[in-house]
Ligand binder design. Structure first.
Ligand SMILES: NC(=O)c1ccc[n+]([C@@H]2O[C@H](COP(=O)([O-])OP(=O)(O)OC[C@H]3O[C@@H](n4cnc5c(N)ncnc54)[C@H](OP(=O)(O)O)[C@@H]3O)[C@@H](O)[C@H]2O)c1
Length: 253
């Protein structure tokens, strides 16, 4: 049995608690939360602590707190030479205090507390300072996910930037689509199968081959009409920038 301690009570910590609660090989020894009540519905209350000094011995400590707090939290841990990892895509390994063996346990997915997720499909990007520690992370990761990858800090940075494009920016474009629909009283609902199919397509096609639409076809009449139709300057600018980027891709094909 591998004994783990989770530090944090936010989106990621809560999903990790749920995922590890269903495994047989990993036991959650304790969870640290500044506000103990936050986790009361997820784990036995006597396993929750709000005092770093009360942390028990474990094989692995997973710090799932805001990026800017990782360094401070890792420095406050009252022990040394144990495996301590963070869950951030953006933070480097070195934000962790050097008194412990550092690692990363980055789940590349978008988590919200109240949205259930099938953790078995969540890619887990792992990094450790040596092979022994990596094997422990890998064993733990494989109890909750079938998608486990060795990813170093440089690679994780690239993945994180790419994730901002494919996740946050796409979602922002959904938001703009939603605003345009609302403004013109048409149901956003009608666009949902298109959103689904666009995401599905990249399971079988390279994104550049999956692209369609006026920019890809170089349909300048439609592009001009769309720009004429849009009244919001920000929407116009985004439309122009992405159209240009798609057209630049066309030229290099
Ligand atoms: N959410 C995602 O989709 C996602 C995906 C992959 C990776 N991550 C990474 O996972 C980590 C956690 O993200 P999250 O979304 O779970 O964050 P979150 O929901 O905002 O929760 C942040 C947690 O950090 C705690 N915290 C903040 N400052 C602290 C401090 N100084 N001392 C102790 N605890 C502190 C908060 O405690 P209080 O509740 O007491 O304020 C809370 O439990 C981050 O490194 C993030 O980059 C997030």
């Amino acid at each position: 049995m591998i004994r783990i301690t989770l530090i944090g009570s936010g989106n990621v910590a809560q999903h990790l608690i749920k995922a590890f609660t269903n495994t047989e090989l990993v036991e959650i020894v304790q969870v640290y939360s500044r506000k103990k009540e936050t986790l009361a519905s997820l784990i036995e209350f006597d396993k929750i602590t709000n005092d770093f000094e009360e942390l028990k011995e474990a094989d692995l400590y997973i710090i799932a707190v805001s990026d800017k707090a990782i360094s401070d939290v890792s420095a406050q841990l009252p022990f040394q030479n144990r495996i301590v990892v963070h869950t951030s895509g953006a933070a480097s390994l070195d934000v962790l205090d050097a008194k412990n063996r550092k690692g990363v346990f980055y789940p590349l997915q978008t988590f919200s507390k109240n949205k259930e997720i099938d953790f078995s499909t969540v890619p887990l990007c792992l990094e450790a300072e040596n092979t022994f520690d990596f094997r422990i992370l890998e064993t733990v990761a494989k109890t909750i996910s079938t998608a486990v990858f060795p990813i170093n800090s440089d690679q994780r940075k690239a993945l994180h930037v790419a994730a901002v494009f494919v996740n946050n920016f796409s979602n922002h474009l959904y938001q703009i689509g939603h605003e345009i629909c609302e403004e013109h009283q048409v149901p956003f609902e009608i666009l949902k199968p298109l959103i689904q199919e666009t995401a599905e397509k990249i399971n079988t096609l390279n994104p550049i081959d999956a692209q369609t639409g006026p920019a890809k076809r170089n349909d300048s009449t439609t592009i001009a009409a769309h720009l004429e139709y849009l009244t919001n300057e920000n929407q116009k600018n985004i439309y122009k920038l992405i159209t240009q980027s798609i057209q630049d891709d066309r030229k290099t094909l």
